[in-house]
Design a binder for this molecule. Sequence first.
Ligand SMILES: N[C@@H](CCC(=O)N[C@@H](CS)C(=O)NCC(=O)O)C(=O)O
Length: 334
Amino acid sequence: MWGSTDDNFAVKTPQLRTEGRPHRKVTVTVLIAILGKACFQGWPSIGPGALAFPSQGEARDLPRSLAQATGKAGSCCPEPAVRRVPAAATMGLELYLDMLSQPCRAVSIFAKKNGIPFKLCTTEVFKGQHLSKEFFQINSLRRVPTLKDGDFILAESSAILIYLSSKYQTADHWYPSDLRARARVHEYLGWHADCIRGTFGVPLWTQVMAPLIGVHVPEEKVQRNKTFMDLALQQLEEKFLGDQAFVAGQQVSLADLMALEELLQPVAVGCDLFEGRPRLAAWRERVEAFLGSDLLQETRGPILNILEQAVNKKVPTPPPEVHPCMLLRISRIP
Ligand SMILES: N[C@@H](CCC(=O)N[C@@H](CS)C(=O)NCC(=O)O)C(=O)O
């Protein structure tokens, strides 16, 4: 259920004959070390012909470019040709995600857009999978998204996005190296955590999730939340977007990804925030054009179908152990 990490990362080993040839033995040992390192860093597939020292810049870009070339996510290191590498050393990046969740979609889109190889460990909150003992061992906060990179575990979508952009050295615009440009991204992310996150998920809760456990959110709260959304949208347009192309500057950044997936949540339940807001609608178009429709469709499938599923009574009823978390979330709607 957790997309269990299997031993497939360990690879088959052709026999290498080096007896009686010490210089060869040294050469082979060096080659093995290089391959082991490359594998550990996430090169998806390395054949004998690839054995050349990469320059520093090339080495940095290899995990990304090879993953882009093979189009693979979810497999860390399938078939290096030379030696058996201990499974633990080749454990790749794992992302625990639920695609109904806005921050999870932002993380998934970012990783895929940048060709970062990862293993998807689907963790469905409304099935209570985040409450299991197995997941508690991974993230005692019991929340998604969660990243596991070897023995390093990280929660919080913005921290995960920054970690990924730094580790895989993605294009600078995502998380700019320029101090002020980077500070703009953080400025947005801080405001987002206070004013966007928590507010824009409410329509989904009131229309779909709360009714699943027999709770009705009073209309007064629904209207109040709508006022909060309107105010936040106005600030997003005027303070952040202003006359820029993107929310933290002239180039697309992590801030846009976080903002857009959050704003999509009400849209999925028929509350089109972009209607009557041409500046915001044009921004959405720019970001979506940059990300590409295939990637977005693939990631947003579950959320965009949620209303239809709810109407057809196809959304699974959450098990009782999830109800307390759901009630807590509903009680936080001001
Ligand atoms: N600030 C966190 C929010 C994470 C979060 O709220 N995740 C939700 C899904 S959208 C979750 O795991 N909820 C389970 C729970 O709280 O019981 C982030 O940006 O990663």
